[in-house]
Write a protein that binds this ligand. Structure first.
Ligand code: PXP
Length: 240
């Protein structure tokens, strides 16, 4: 069965809008794991708009299954990752003005910076995933740079307005996933996946992990985290 990494950034977003103590993303992580999450994903952004350094340190102690830290190539954050030692580090692009991560990291354009960050993370014994567009050139470069995995971004797929657009994006995802598998890269998917559109991507051969945040946290506000995660696990299972 495909692993589900639950991204709990937006639990921290609610806390940070009040600069308060609650809700605590650590508590959310525990409940997500009880609901069947296979791992927890958080993004420590340079601007610290949601997840804080303290969260990552405590999560490392609490999440014994799989902790995936999303981060930019910024030296400060890479340094924190090397100390905290998540099970996996996913390198993503980051811009201060963006509402959320927009598109994949251009590992061809930023080859040198990505390689520098990867070298430090690898020396700390951390497996690396690169968040890239469903683009053969990007995946080829991920392989050349020595990545363990690629997280292929599903934003364009999840934003598709018509069935024809969706099918085209699904086909791009399938081609990219197949190419990554042929190059012995683990295949993860993420961004914009929800309880409905997840049903199609789970049938793409070779996909091992999905990272889903907004849809699960949105449902958790209404029905609770455990149930929201359980229902996403059901959707993944039913899609198969
Ligand atoms: N994967 C990556 C690399 C991301 O940056 C994000 C958003 O933080 C996600 C997955 C989760 O996206 P969403 O919140 O839309 O499910």
């Amino acid at each position: 069965m495909i692993r589900l990494g639950v991204n709990i950034d937006h639990v921290a977003t609610v806390r940070q809008v009040r600069r308060a103590q609650e809700p605590d993303p650590v508590a959310a992580a525990v409940l997500a794991l009880l609901g069947g999450a296979d791992g927890i994903t958080v993004h420590l952004r340079e601007d610290r708009r949601h997840i804080q350094h303290r969260d990552v340190c405590i999560l490392r102690q609490v999440v014994t299954s799989r902790l995936n830290l999303e981060l930019s190539v910024a030296a400060e954050i890479v340094g924190i990752a090397c100390k905290v030692k998540p099970d996996e580090a996913t390198l993503v692009p980051e811009r201060r003005e963006e509402l959320t991560t927009e598109g994949g990291l251009d590992v061809v354009l930023h080859q040198k910076a990505v390689a520098g960050a990867m070298e430090k993370l690898k020396a700390a014994g951390i497996a690396i995933s690169l968040f890239v567009d469903p683009d053969i050139r990007q995946i080829e470069m991920a392989k050349i740079l020595g990545s363990t995995a690629v997280e292929i971004q599903t934003a364009r797929y999840s934003e598709a307005k018509s069935a024809a657009d969706r099918d085209r994006e699904l086909s791009a995802l399938s081609t990219a996933a197949e190419f990554a598998r042929q190059h012995n890269l683990h295949v993860h998917l993420g961004h914009g996946l929800n309880y409905e559109n997840v049903r199609h991507v789970v049938n793409i051969p070779g996909v091992e992990e999905l990272n889903i945040g907004h849809a699960i946290v949105s449902r958790a506000v209404l029905v609770g985290m455990e149930r929201a995660v359980r229902e996403m696990k059901d959707a993944i299972r039913e899609g198969r």
